[in-house]
Design a protein around this ligand. Structure first.
Ligand code: DGP
Ligand code: NA
Ligand code: NA
Length: 210
């Protein structure tokens, strides 16, 4: 591990996991908890379906549009790139970003379709780096039994299993693996501890271990 000195700023905290791992509701609960502690926090999510690119992605996901695998990969990436400067200025202003999915989804979901892993990673290079990745680890079979599964593209057990193997390949020291088979409260508790600690490090400009 190398030490990286950081300027004082908000933390970039990413939540990742398979579909129906509980990310979105955990993200919301974590944001409220942090705000109650007086932290400045924004909740973001990718894909951001509100932009022009995001609307194309949304049609693709709801299966009303077909797109070449590489083309949709690049659109997902572009949807992150179009937010790059806004992410950077928010973090510089001392606000923490809680982001529901990021580049790791970009690589894992596209590689699971059979696209080259390295090629998939290239479009993510030089986007702001996450300070902490909270990975909600759930068995694809368990996730599949949760509500609404199967309505969107990708929500299929064998595919999700492949996504999980690519997630596994990207784990590094910024990752915290949280067992998402635990109760909602236990999962939240684990997320809170990790988030508070990384926010503190970023705020103080302390050296982060990488
Ligand atoms: P969500 O809005 O979090 O339910 O995500 C929508 C779906 O899109 C979900 O199955 C994960 C997938 N996804 C998210 N980001 C990317 C990406 O960058 N590339 C690809 N191929 N799929 C993604
Ligand atoms: Na989904
Ligand atoms: Na979600």
């Amino acid at each position: 591990a190398v030490k990286v000195a950081v300027e004082k700023r908000g933390a970039l905290i990413v939540l990742e996991g398979l579909d129906r791992s509980g990310k979105s509701s955990q993200c919301r609960a974590l944001a409220s908890f942090l705000r109650e502690r007086g932290e400045s926090v924004e909740e973001w999510r990718f894909p951001d379906r509100t932009t022009a690119i995001g609307q194309m992605i949304s049609s693709y996901l709801s299966q009303t549009a077909e797109l070449d695998d590489s083309a949709i990969h690049l659109l997902f990436a572009a949807n992150r790139w179009e937010k790059k400067s806004s992410m950077e200025s928010t973090l510089r202003n001392g606000t923490t970003l809680l982001v529901d999915r990021y580049s790791y989804s970009g690589v894992a979901f596209s590689a699971a379709k059979g696209l080259d892993f390295q090629w998939c990673s290239t479009s993510e290079t030089a986007l702001p780096a996450a300070d902490l990745v909270l990975f909600l680890d759930i068995d694809p079979e368990v996730a599949a039994r949760r509500g609404e599964y199967g309505l969107e593209r990708y929500e299929e057990v064998d595919f999700q299993r492949r996504v999980a193997t690519y997630y596994q390949a990207m784990r590094d020291s910024t990752w915290q693996i949280v067992d998402a088979n635990q109760s909602v409260e236990e999962v939240q508790e684990a997320l809170r501890e990790a988030a508070v600690s990384v926010i503190q490090s970023c705020k103080s400009g302390a050296e982060l271990l990488r």
